[in-house]
Design a protein around this ligand. Structure first.
Ligand SMILES: Cc1cc2nc3c(=O)[nH]c(=O)nc-3n(C[C@H](O)[C@H](O)[C@H](O)COP(=O)(O)O)c2cc1C
Length: 173
């Protein structure tokens, strides 16, 4: 699959099958590698990636997120935890962009693997951040901010690509 094809294939999947069939470790490794190869301001990589596979934790995360119920039907989820404290000076404050780039890399790699994903936004919603923080407890490093919750599973729906290339939304100078 080309990058172009992965971009077209990626959709937010909210229905999953076989929640008890684990994501193979080699696929998890590819997802994490994709995230960690994302660009980041001054190469600071202000993230920690928390892979959740415990059924109890997955269900608790689904309950903790107001729009993340699909995690209940997934064998895995990745929480990207932002580490704003590793950035200062030139890189200071760029962590949301860095974490978003890492998240998108995960989604595109998952599309190539035929896995379904759904990006559930956490930061900057204070209430959701608090709920996810409480659910993850000590897994979050001090100062870490839960940035998003990415549902990962075996898709039970297929929408095909969406959106279109709207040439009017680009400005050439
Ligand atoms: C920052 C952000 C937050 C999102 N939060 C949620 C969410 O909490 N729950 C959800 O089901 N989808 C969430 N989505 C997915 C969007 O709803 C989805 O990307 C959008 O509707 C376009 O559909 P597509 O991803 O299938 O192309 C989020 C996406 C982004 C980028």
């Amino acid at each position: 699959m080309t990058v172009k094809e992965a971009i077209a294939a990626r959709r937010s999947i909210r229905k999953y099958r076989e929640r008890d069939t684990p994501i193979p470790q080699e696929h998890l490794d590819l997802l994490l590698e994709a995230a960690m190869r994302a660009p980041s301001a001054c190469d600071t990589r202000p993230w920690s990636l928390i892979v959740v596979q415990s059924r109890e934790k997955l269900d608790a995360l689904a309950d903790a997120h107001p729009h993340g119920k699909m995690v209940r039907d997934c064998p895995a989820a990745i929480v990207i935890a932002a580490l704003p404290q590793v950035q200062s000076g030139l890189s200071d404050g760029f962590f949301p962009q860095d974490c978003a780039a890492a998240a998108q890399n995960i989604l595109l790699q998952a599309a190539e693997l035929g896995l379904g994903t759904c990006w559930c936004g956490v930061y900057p919603k204070e209430e959701t951040m608090k709920n996810i923080r409480e659910t993850l407890g000590g897994a979050l490093a001090p100062g870490a901010i839960p940035f998003n919750l990415i549902a990962i599973g075996h898709p039970a729906e297929d929408f095909g690509s969406r959106g279109s290339y709207d040439k009017k939304r680009a400005l050439y100078l």
